[in-house]
Design a binder for this molecule. Structure first.
Ligand SMILES: *[C@@H]1O[C@H](CO)[C@@H](O)[C@H](O)[C@H]1NC(C)=O
Ligand SMILES: *[C@@H]1O[C@H](CO)[C@@H](O)[C@H](O)[C@H]1NC(C)=O
Ligand SMILES: *[C@@H]1O[C@H](CO)[C@@H](O)[C@H](O)[C@H]1NC(C)=O
Ligand SMILES: *[C@@H]1O[C@H](CO)[C@@H](O)[C@H](O)[C@H]1NC(C)=O
Ligand SMILES: *[C@@H]1O[C@H](CO)[C@@H](O)[C@H](O)[C@H]1NC(C)=O
Ligand SMILES: *[C@@H]1O[C@H](CO)[C@@H](O)[C@H](O)[C@H]1NC(C)=O
Length: 614
């Protein structure tokens, strides 16, 4: 009986202890997760990589953190960056403006002999999700235990990272990209204290995080000497770059709502940016967040853009120029088969451009008209952007002589935009989970680990030859006895369409506008809304399903209505009970009760036996 109790105590989880390390800023106390193989794992959470961007530092570029004395607690996650939107199925519960922290997963082996590093930029349209929402166990098992240090930084989201009024020394576009660069610089100077090798850093990103990695990694301004990071992993990068006019328009709109600007639209170029910033820094952060949400729902104004400008490109630079002779880095580039195909995802305006069209609204409308007529064979523009982006960025990098590995996940029954996250960060596991998916799960993250360590995901995987556009089709189908296979001609059909007919249409529109003496399209929200109103807006182009909510259709035509993320939050709720101390107390008391009952039941038995013996 006592052995049982002893075992029970032994197996109470949270069997973790604390681990103290030194950085150049001060000491940190992280968590040890004991392991049978003696290669214990460590987590250092909420490590500050910048001064808190609050008060006068709100809307300022990130600055190096202050040193601290004593030991900083790095055992718990900091709050997420500010986000509150109806268009996510993974809302963050605890958020704060003070969010520029980095989370580091490492191991005993790495602390003793430096390991290569992955710095992972999360997705969420630069507006949602966080650096604290992934699966710790998964990351420790799949990366730290495999001798890779895994790092997840936060960047400011929404208006907090995107407010912009036009060229000025006082406020730069893309503040959140400066956060990303700050995080990479911090990793460069500090990761050796956590067992990482600063000369073997792979920047990785999913969705909008993938676009962050494309922007930084292809930039000739950020890290031309390839010192901050040496390799890239880009997964389902959205490829869309936003419009200056729209971001400036949205920024003035929110400033006006708080009474920090009272001028007319025409006065805007003369607006006093210092005064506006000063005024906006007095506003309560939560109020600003609620206003952002209000604007999103009522005015159709989103802060979800990365602009083609600082710090990675000259202002309003061309995407084609970004792709021209980038610093050479090995690159692993992936997409999923269906991406946004399940999302009737059309805002009344378009979210950005992925090729340098002069008339992006006209082009988007032309494309969507064709799409409506060919829903079976064509994909929506946002999905097309992902495939074109994958094809063009990977080709551009291969042309520098780097090794590029292109792949597409085509796991049945479906592979949508977030379907593959279960294989690389351990969230969004599907309800309709098939055994084949578990098989894929045994090696998907190993491909990333192999690439991070050796620059080669798998010995059988040939690097991209732009002539053939060869890529790995990643899937497991036991019934058909099929596994991953190399194919050629990555999204040839979409490439032909966009670089052929769509480009031609764009040139035609430019010619027509020029002949009528019209200026180029002005891309603020009002112009776009007007544009859609005056055209025959097809049924599907209503803004019913914004963002990433999705209805998954499996192959038996069962409609799986919850989103992948909603499923994962169900799972999270399910497991959170395991983290409550009272849960174990109840189990302990129940076992005690059972033990007592067993003892009580035994006694009469002996008494019955007595007469027989006598
Ligand atoms: C998010 O915004 C909604 C609508 O304004 C509000 O009701 C809700 O309390 C906010 N959520 C959080 C977690 O602040
Ligand atoms: C996290 O990952 C572990 C290990 O891969 C898995 O067993 C667990 O179910 C995952 N947890 C959640 C909430 O998905
Ligand atoms: C704008 O107008 C409001 C209301 O009249 C006023 O309170 C505020 O000070 C003005 N702001 C600026 C920047 O002039
Ligand atoms: C659904 O099943 C059919 C027939 O078995 C197959 O041809 C098709 O590719 C499947 N579709 C998906 C999305 O798995
Ligand atoms: C990872 O690389 C090793 C060494 O080249 C190889 O044996 C292994 O098969 C690779 N893993 C996968 C999943 O391809
Ligand atoms: C572009 O204009 C030419 C000449 O008017 C026309 O033949 C062609 O079909 C147009 N292309 C597209 C894609 O609209």
């Amino acid at each position: 009986m006592f052995i049982h109790l002893f075992l029970l105590i032994l197996f109470i989880p949270q069997f973790q202890s604390l681990k103290v390390i030194q950085t150049s800023y001060g000491k940190l106390r992280g968590i040890t997760v004991w392991s049978n193989d003696k290669n214990h794992r460590y987590m250092f959470k909420s490590v500050p990589f910048a001064k808190p961007p609050v008060g006068n530092l709100r809307f300022a570029k990130p600055q190096n953190p202050e040193s601290w004395s004593g030991i900083l607690d790095a055992s718990k996650y900091s709050p997420a960056c500010m986000s509150n939107s109806s268009s996510t199925s993974t809302p963050q519960k605890h958020y704060s403006e003070d969010c520029l922290y980095i989370n580091i997963f490492t191991s005993e082996k790495c602390l003793n002999s430096k390991c290569p590093v992955i710095v992972y930029f999360h997705g969420g349209a630069y507006n949602l999700d966080s650096a604290i929402m992934f699966n710790d166990t998964f990351i420790l098992d799949r990366y730290a235990a495999e001798d890779v240090v895994f790092v997840i930084p936060a960047v400011r989201l929404g208006v907090f990272g995107q407010l912009y009024f036009g060229p000025s020394d006082l406020l730069s576009e893309n503040l959140f990209l400066y956060d990303a660069v700050q995080a990479l610089s911090f990793v460069h100077s500090e990761i050796n204290y956590f067992g990482g090798d600063s000369k073997r850093v792979t920047a990785m990103g999913h969705s909008s995080g993938g676009t962050i990695v494309d922007a930084l990694g292809f930039s000739k301004l950020i890290d031309p000497g390839v010192k901050l990071f040496q390799q890239m992993i880009v997964l389902s990068a959205t490829g869309m770059f936003g419009f200056y006019d729209m971001v400036v328009d949205n920024s003035f709109a929110i400033v006006e709502k708080f009474g920090c600007y009272n001028g007319t639209k025409d006065d805007r170029p003369n607006a006093n940016i210092a005064e506006m910033l000063d005024c906006m820094r007095q506003i309560d952060g939560r109020e600003m967040l609620l206003m952002q949400r209000h604007m999103e729902e009522v005015d159709d104004r989103d802060f979800r853009s990365v602009l083609r400008g600082a710090p990675f490109l000259e202002s309003n630079g061309k995407i084609a120029d970004l792709k021209k002779s980038p610093p050479s880095r090995n690159l692993l580039y992936g997409t999923t088969e269906h991406e946004f195909r399940n999302v009737d995802h059309m805002n009344p305006y378009i979210s950005g451009i992925f090729l340098d069209f002069d008339n992006p609204v006209a082009v988007a409308r032309y494309y969507d008209e064709q799409l409506m007529a060919n829903l079976e064979t064509m994909i929506n523009g946002d999905a097309a952007a992902i495939f074109i982006c994958a094809s063009t960025f990977s080709t551009a990098m291969a042309n520098t002589g780097a090794d590029v590995y292109l792949f597409e996940t085509r796991q049945k029954p479906y592979s949508f935009h977030v379907s593959d996250m279960q294989y690389f960060v351990g969230i969004h596991r599907e309800i309709y989970h098939r055994p084949d998916m578990d098989i894929l799960d045994t090696f998907y993250s190993k491909l990333l680990v192999n690439f991070t360590k050796m620059g080669v995901p798998s010995p059988e995987w040939a690097p991209l030859d732009p002539e053939r556009m060869n890529y790995l089709e990643l899937k497991v189908d036991s019934d058909m006895k099929e596994g991953p296979v190399m194919l050629e001609g990555f999204h040839e059909k979409e490439m032909e369409l966009w670089f052929g007919e769509m480009m031609e249409f764009d040139r035609n529109v430019t010619k027509i506008r020029q002949s009528q003496g019209l200026p180029p399209e002005h891309l603020d929200i009002e112009t776009q809304l007007k544009y859609w109103e005056t055209t025959n807006k097809p049924e599907i182009l209503t803004k019913t399903t914004k963002g990433f909510t999705s209805i998954h259709q499996d192959n038996n035509s069962n409609t799986v209505t919850t989103t992948a993320s909603a499923q994962s939050s169900l799972l999270k709720n399910g497991s959170s009970i395991l983290k409550q101390w009272w849960f174990y107390l109840i189990i302990f008391l129940m076992i005690l009760l059972v033990v007592l009952i067993v003892i009580c039941l035994r006694k009469p038995k002996r008494e019955e036996e007595l007469p027989l013996l006598s």
